[in-house]
Design a binder for this molecule. Structure first.
Ligand code: HEM
Length: 215
């Protein structure tokens, strides 16, 4: 069944490409290695930042109008079964994933927590500190310079960049190893199709008659 619409796949893969670009250029600016050279890395970093911000504006709008934001509301129901699967079951090919994905709840409880942290913590911190960094020259006019220094902003931005790196590594690891077969999640995010559990209470489930509006 179709789980990830064309827009979601476009958004997911373009965000992935932009975040990789931001990490590669950002850590070069930070001095972790030399590849493009400081000036070019900083230029690409700023350039890609605008695309990332533009994409996020679209994505926020899409989540708000489709109601898909509800998929990120955290829940503790079934969380321990998923923790157990990620710690031991993942290594045993005969143990199935304990979570039954439905159209209205495609993320398991741990995914919900991880994506929520990404959306409400890591991303906003990286955006705000990145914009403050970018518009440093305007601080003097706004009177911000003084209580906050460029060093503070750089520290917060770099800390958020490391949090992004940790999220990215965990995400890629689980995308590759939590699925059975190992390519299942990658295939779903490329094609949009995945196996779904049909929730008997979901009036929008495929094959179900639309609810009778006249009661
Ligand atoms: C995945 C997202 C991002 C990552 C991983 C990331 C990472 C980094 C890192 C590690 C640095 C070096 C910090 C230092 O050593 O002082 C940096 C610098 C910077 N970042 Fe980001 N960043 C991201 C997103 C953004 C965004 C969204 C913006 C703007 C809105 C932004 C604007 C900047 C600016 C202006 C600099 C300073 C570049 C310079 O020295 O000219 N970053 N970033």
């Amino acid at each position: 069944m179709m789980v990830f619409s064309r827009f979601e796949r476009f958004w997911h893969w373009s965000q992935a490409a932009l975040i990789i670009t931001m990490m590669v250029t950002g850590f070069e600016v930070n001095g972790a290695y030399e590849w493009l050279g400081y000036e070019r890395a900083a230029q690409w970093h700023r350039f890609a930042a605008w695309f990332l911000i533009g994409l996020w504006v679209f994505v926020l709008f899409w989540h708000a109008i489709t109601g898909e934001w509800k998929q990120y509301i955290p829940t503790r129901r079934g969380i321990m079964a998923v923790v157990q699967y990620y710690t031991t079951g993942i290594l045993d090919a005969s143990v199935p994933h304990p979570y039954r994905k439905t159209r209205m709840a495609k993320h398991n409880p741990l995914q919900r927590l991880a994506y929520l942290a990404f959306n409400v913590l890591i991303s906003p911190v990286i955006w705000i500190s990145g914009l403050l960094y970018m518009f440093y020259n305007d601080w003097v006019r706004t009177g911000l310079e003084g209580p906050v220094t460029l060093g503070d902003v750089a520290l917060v931005h770099t800390a958020a960049a490391f949090a992004m790196l940790v999220f990215f590594v965990g995400h890629v690891y689980l995308a590759a190893f939590a699925g059975k077969p190992f390519y299942a999640y990658l295939k779903a995010m490329l094609t949009g199709y995945d196996l779904l559990y049909v929730d008997p209470n979901d009036p929008h489930a495929p094959g179900r008659r639309p609810p009778d509006r006249c009661g």
